[in-house]
Write a protein that binds this ligand. Structure first.
Ligand SMILES: O=P(O)(O)OC[C@H]1O[C@H](OP(=O)(O)OP(=O)(O)O)[C@H](O)[C@@H]1O
Ligand SMILES: Nc1nc2[nH]cnc2c(=O)[nH]1
Length: 186
């Protein structure tokens, strides 16, 4: 299937959060997170959830670095949308290689929507023996379909119950490097 033309989609899409708002939210999150890890003897294992988490994780990492918090990087790729606008079964494309036994893990992802991805990823980290697993997400989608017991420890912004893209999030694998969050026209 040919992907819809991103320029045409953008012409009718709505900006939900602009770049300045997102950067301010990430700076605020870094302040919250820094307090949690400031006295640890070892840096947290900082896991980017690819692909969508990449821009957010990079920005947040730089803000944490500015506050003097060191991070050990790794990444994972688990996807359940696969370029579509509704989710299905979770597919693991890459698991982190760094041993987690006894480590504090901080997961960075772009969006918490129905929660299936973060639940599975968090459980997997716990099964690997992580001492503590925390979750930072740039955006939380506001609706009542999130599975019970899943929540993020650190949240940047809320987004409405619409398909959103930009700042890491794709629309048919396009638009991930847009510096704002957009929602498809209703
Ligand atoms: O809360 P959920 O309903 O599970 O959705 C959230 C997940 O969906 C997106 O990933 P996606 O499957 O699109 O993979 P991608 O990051 O590679 O685009 C996003 O990056 C989250 O990881
Ligand atoms: N791009 C994108 N990915 C998602 N994954 C879960 N919800 C969303 C969404 O609204 N947009």
């Amino acid at each position: 299937m040919t992907a819809p033309d991103l320029r045409e989609v953008l012409a009718t899409a709505e900006v939900i959060h602009d770049r300045a708002t997102l950067e301010a939210a990430i700076e605020r999150m870094a302040g919250e997170i820094a307090g949690e890890y400031a006295n640890d003897a070892r840096p947290p294992l900082y896991i980017t959830v690819m692909h969508g988490g990449l821009p957010f994780a990079a920005s947040l990492a730089m803000e944490l670095g500015t506050l003097g918090i060191d991070l050990e990087f790794d990444y994972l790729h688990a996807t359940r949308y696969r370029g579509q606008t509704s989710g299905s079964g979770l597919a693991w494309l890459h698991r982190p290689a760094t041993p987690m036994q006894g480590r504090r893990v901080l997961l960075a992802d772009d969006i918490l929507d129905e929660g299936h991805t973060l639940l599975a990823v968090k459980r997997w980290c716990e099964d690997q023996g992580a001492a503590d697993v925390r979750v930072a997400v740039l955006a939380v989608k506001v609706h009542d379909r999130c599975i019970e017991g899943v929540c993020a420890d650190y949240v940047g912004v809320e987004v409405p119950d619409r398909y959103v893209f930009g700042y890491g999030m794709d629309y048919h694998e396009q638009g991930r490097n847009l510096p704002a969050i957009y929602a498809l026209a209703e």
